[in-house]
Design a protein around this ligand. Structure first.
Ligand code: PGA
Length: 248
C-alpha cells in the first residue's frame, strides 16, 4: 500500500456553529467519493463549533479536534478552555504551537511545552506546529529556530510520548500568503526534523498554502506525511481536492 496521507484542516477563526452544520450537509458525500484506507482526514474547529463538528465528524468517521487548550485542568484562568472540557466533546487531537498562537498571542516555547505534556498525559494527541519567520530564514537561522522550538517542546518526554505526537512544519512566510515552500525546501526541513525528533516513523505534516494545485509535488516527498491546511480546508471540495490531486 502507498504511504498513509494525513489531511488535516485548521479552520482557524472561521466557521460558526451554523456554518459548521452547513459544511456537514455537503461534506459526507464529497468524503464518500474519495475516502480510502491510506487517507486520514481531520478537522480542527473553533471551540464554539466543536459540537456540530463532533456530530458531523463521527458520522463520517474522520478525526476532529481543537486548535488550542490550556494546560491546567481547572481554576482561575479567565477565557481559557481545559482538557477535561474538550474530553466531554470526545476531542482526541489538539493543535499546539501554531505560529498564530506563537506570534499574535505571544505563546512561549515554555507554555507550548507544558501544553504538549498535558495533552499527552491526558491520552490525547498533540499536533505540534513549528516553523520559522521569513526574516529568520533570510538570516540563515531556520534550523536554529526550529531546533529551539522542537527541543523545548520535547524536553523531558519519553520516546513513547514523542512517537505519539503529530508534527507540522509550517514556515510562517508560507501561511495564508499563497507562497508555498518549494517541495525541496519543505522536504529538507521535514527530513531534518525526523532526525532531531529521533523517531523514524514520526508523522510529519507540511503546512502553508497547500491546495490542489501544489499537493502532488509536496505530498510526494518522502518525509512529508500529509498537510495541515488552512484556507483550502474551509470548503469540502477545495479541501478534499488536495488528496485527489496527490493521487491523480
Ligand atoms: P494556510 O494555513 O493553508 O491558509 O496557509 C495553514 C496553517 O496555518 O495551518
Amino acid at each position: 500500500m502507498s504511504k498513509k496521507i494525513y489531511l488535516y484542516g485548521n479552520w482557524k477563526m472561521n466557521n460558526t456553529y451554523s456554518e459548521t452544520e452547513k459544511f456537514f450537509t455537503e461534506f459526507p458525500a464529497a468524503y464518500d467519493a474519495v475516502k480510502a484506507d491510506d487517507l486520514e482526514v481531520g478537522i480542527f474547529a473553533p471551540f464554539t463549533s466543536l459540537w456540530p463538528l463532533s456530530q458531523g465528524a463521527k458520522k463520517c468517521g474522520i478525526v476532529f479536534g481543537a486548535q488550542n487548550v490550556y494546560y491546567e485542568p481547572k481554576g482561575a484562568f479567565t477565557g481559557e478552555i481545559s482538557i477535561p472540557m474538550l474530553k466531554e466533546y470526545d476531542v482526541t487531537h489538539i493543535i499546539l504551537g501554531h505560529s498564530e498562537r506563537r506570534h499574535i498571542f505571544l505563546e512561549s516555547d515554555e507554555v507550548i511545552a507544558k501544553k504538549t505534556k498535558a495533552v499527552l498525559d491526558a491520552g490525547m494527541i498533540p499536533v505540534l506546529c513549528y516553523g520559522e519567520l521569513l526574516e529568520e530564514r533570510e538570516a540563515g537561522n531556520t534550523f536554529t529556530v526550529m531546533e529551539r522550538q522542537l527541543k523545548s517542546a520535547l524536553a523531558g518526554l519519553t520516546p513513547a510520548e514523542t512517537a505519539k505526537i503529530i508534527y507540522a512544519y509550517e514556515p510562517v512566510w508560507a501561511i495564508g500568503t499563497g507562497k508555498t515552500a518549494t517541495p525541496d525546501q519543505a522536504e529538507e526541513v521535514c527530513k531534518w526534523s525526523r532526525e532531531l525528533i529521533g523517531q523514524k516513523n514520526a508523522v510529519i505534516l507540511y503546512g502553508g498554502s497547500v491546495k490542489g494545485s501544489n499537493a502532488k509535488e509536496l505530498l510526494s516527498m518522502p518525509d512529508i506525511d500529509g498537510a495541515l491546511v488552512g484556507g483550502a480546508s474551509l470548503k469540502p471540495a477545495s479541501f478534499l481536492e488536495i488528496y485527489t490531486a496527490y493521487k491523480g
